[in-house]
Design a protein around this ligand. Sequence first.
Ligand SMILES: Cc1ncc(C[n+]2csc(CCOP(=O)(O)OP(=O)(O)O)c2C)c(N)n1
Ligand code: SF4
Length: 288
Amino acid sequence: MATFKDFRNSVKPNWCPGCGDFSVQAAIQRAAANVGLEPENLAVISGIGCSGRISGYINSYGFHGIHGRSLPIAQGVKMANRDLTVIASGGDGDGFAIGMGHTIHAIRRNVDVTYIVMDNQIYGLTKGQTSPRSATGFKTKSTPEGSIEQAIAPMEMALTAGATFVAQSFSTDLKDLTALIEAGINHKGFSLINVFSPCVTYNKVNTYDWFKENLTKLSDIEGYDPNNREEAMQVLMKHDGLVTGLIYQNTERPSYQELLKGYSEKPLVDAELKLDQEHFDKLAAEFM
Ligand SMILES: Cc1ncc(C[n+]2csc(CCOP(=O)(O)OP(=O)(O)O)c2C)c(N)n1
Ligand code: SF4
């Protein structure tokens, strides 16, 4: 049986020392081993950004796609080969700016993919511009006088889009984060896990200390019920989205695959896709 070390490869991450993404990488490797996967059972699909490099740092199948497009690829992989566990990943810019359309539609579609967003509230790779997660007043090179926009609320957005698994974590909480990724992988449907993953180089506001001071663990809220969507929305609004843990899970709604005719019979990758002569002639005749 594989251990987390089997999900390591020889590529040395070129993230800045102290970047939160290191812990996210470790958590994915641990979660994959804990749920009993072998490297050949896992596909990690990422977008573009510092965080997007993660697919190259994990020993598994992987695809480093284009900016904001990890989810179309990840859903395609899952639809073609149901036997793979598929993790999509990237930054808050990748998923909540250019890729937001895909994020909302993947959520409402409920394809069995685990989506891990490394949320540092800034664009890291392009050297520090505001992201849709940056707070109003946040000063960066692109907003020298402070952002005049309102930050997006991804967890609330996911709930309203019909998400069946919504969770949030902090990169230093390795144990909790690993457990949430395991739960996301085991969830039959789309799981969104937003991870506060500090950018130590460009974001001097949302630092490790800032998160420690401002985050509330849902496990510290007595009687919190993650199966209650209304309660989930209330707790997010009360804490301005700054909660960690499993926010909401709905195990009753079927996944996209369960509803799709023929999906369970045979994975697409095993299907005989060659066109025989009779079908070819029939098709060709339609164009004559
Ligand atoms: C289509 C396209 N538009 C813009 C870019 C430039 N670009 C690369 S990464 C990025 C944003 C990076 O921020 P985020 O997704 O939050 O990831 P991080 O680097 O912070 O991990 C942008 C705008 C690009 N590569 N492709
Ligand atoms: S620039 Fe920020 S997000 Fe990118 S590797 Fe460095 S610390 Fe991480």
